[in-house]
Write a protein that binds this ligand. Structure first.
Ligand code: ASP
Length: 445
């Protein structure tokens, strides 16, 4: 029994006792699945306006801090766990766990402690149901003083603790900071616990089971029946994350990309679907053409700064970036002409501070003219080899030209992973469709 699979299940997998039994079946159907990362219970499909346990805990803690009535929420939390324990037929002492949480709430253990009980209680109960060992993530996930993951300490502790057990149920989403305080990862951070575990036990695969439907190579709201992405690299996935398509937590990509452990993105409601595989390199048999995906975002602004002799001046970029940085506005792209320097920024971030930014630019650069172009959409054609494969640009621009669309900007990523095309918002959907037909070939779907 050498091969180990680490399986992280999202909140939907723990929403009801029926879902939990289905989750257990999935785990037990493959003996390699030996380390399970648990989420707090999710929204019950048949309960109107139901809430995720994590959100209930956040609200309860806020009410406690604001000296509002938090008992009602605590009772709802308790009752959800009691309902699950009854459905599973486990003699799990929910009352004792809730009492402990209440005591620690009064002791001032803080928001992160309270919210972490969502995964903690669920994991302990699930461990009992499976008859597996419960291992608390607080014993092997450590944060440094600045709040970042203390990788060295974490990996050493995780390997040590996890190597002593064959099977374990582990709560996701949190670890220890300082002597014994609990700290949460960002939302969706159970994925990070899974990545840490997979590294520590040297897994052959890390799985993420959630309700996320398939990962498409374009927005199905724009392109009819787009191809499913079956294989994607960690590097390519980073590009999708930047474009707002969230598949696995961003931090996971950085933890996993050079380790050689693949991730499988699976759907809990469609067990027979093999899902999407994320790897460091694409498998040989992957039949996709160069592009993996067409993704886009609307509502950008381009600020054009014009000044005669700009090409001979030094430090212009630094001044311009400084003005945006001081106001916490990321300059997502920039272009330079001979007498022109242009910055692409996201709206409404820019519009909120527009007068002061324009005044600062006038003051610092003394330009002849500043213009702001509205309603720009950015479309990214994502795929390894975008910059180095022959004929890619011709394919992209022929398709856009044939659709009669005007291109406002082009940027070729220096990492060979993307080409970004800027078009007006009104042409966005048509441009996505044109690019999709020209660039995507389904992978035997
Ligand atoms: N339960 C947490 C959340 O709702 C963490 C996770 O699901 O990974 O964000």
């Amino acid at each position: 029994m050498n091969d180990v699979v680490v399986s992280k299940f999202g909140s939907a997998a723990f929403s009801t006792s029926d879902m939990i039994m289905k989750t257990a079946q999935i785990i037990l159907s493959d003996p390699r699945r030996r380390y399970v990362i648990v989420s707090a219970p999710g929204i019950r499909p048949d309960v109107p306006e139901d809430m995720k346990m994590t959100d209930m805990l956040f609200i309860m803690n806020a009410r406690y801090l604001n000296r509002e009535n938090f008992d009602e929420m605590m009772i709802q939390i308790r009752d959800r766990y009691i309902e699950i324990a009854r459905g599973l037929g486990v003699a799990f002492d929910v009352e004792a766990e809730i009492m402990q949480m209440k005591k620690n709430l009064f002791f001032g253990k803080g928001n992160d402690y309270v919210v972490s009980r969502g995964e903690y209680i669920m994991s302990k109960m699930f461990a009992e149901f499976l008859g597996w060992k419960f291992i608390d993530a607080a014993d092997f996930v450590f944060f440094a003083k600045d709040g970042t993951l203390d990788r060295e300490k974490t990996f050493a502790a995780a390997s040590d603790i996890l190597s002593k057990t064959d099977h374990a149920v582990i709560p996701g989403f949190y670890g220890t900071i300082g002597m014994s305080s609990i700290k949460l990862f960002p939302r969706g951070g159970g994925d990070i616990t899974a990545a840490i575990t997979a590294r520590a036990v040297n897994a052959v695969l890390c799985e993420k089971w959630s309700e996320t439907t398939k990962i498409f190579s374009a927005d199905p709201g724009i392109v009819k029946d787009p191809a499913v992405i079956r294989n994607i690299t960690y590097e390519e996935l980073k590009q999708l994350t930047y474009m707002g398509i969230s598949v696995i937590h961003e931090d996971v990509i950085f933890l996993m990309q050079n380790i050689g452990i693949p991730w499988a993105i699976r759907n809990i409601n469609d067990i027979n679907d093999t899902g999407t595989s994320v790897t460091s390199d694409l498998p040989e048999e992957s039949k996709r053409s160069v592009a993996a995906c067409i993704a886009g975002k609307r509502n950008y602004r381009i600020i054009h700064i014009e000044k005669f002799g700009l090409n001979r001046l030094t430090g212009i970029g630094m001044k311009v970036f400084g003005i945006f940085t001081e106001r916490n506005i990321p300059c997502e792209h920039y272009m330079s002409g001979i007498y022109r320097f242009s910055i692409v920024v996201k709206n409404p971030l820019f519009d909120l501070k527009r007068p002061e930014i324009l005044a600062a630019l006038n003051d610092a650069i003394k330009p002849e003219n500043i213009t702001v172009e509205k309603n720009l959409s950015l479309i990214t054609v994502v795929g390894k080899g975008m910059g180095t494969t022959k004929g890619i640009f011709a394919r992209i621009f022929n398709s856009i030209a044939e659709a009669g669309i005007k291109v406002r900007m082009i940027e070729q990523g220096s990492d060979d992973l993307n080409i970004i095309i800027g078009v007006y918002d009104e042409d966005y959907e048509e441009a996505v469709r044109a690019l999709y037909s020209a660039m995507i070939i389904a992978e035997g779907d």
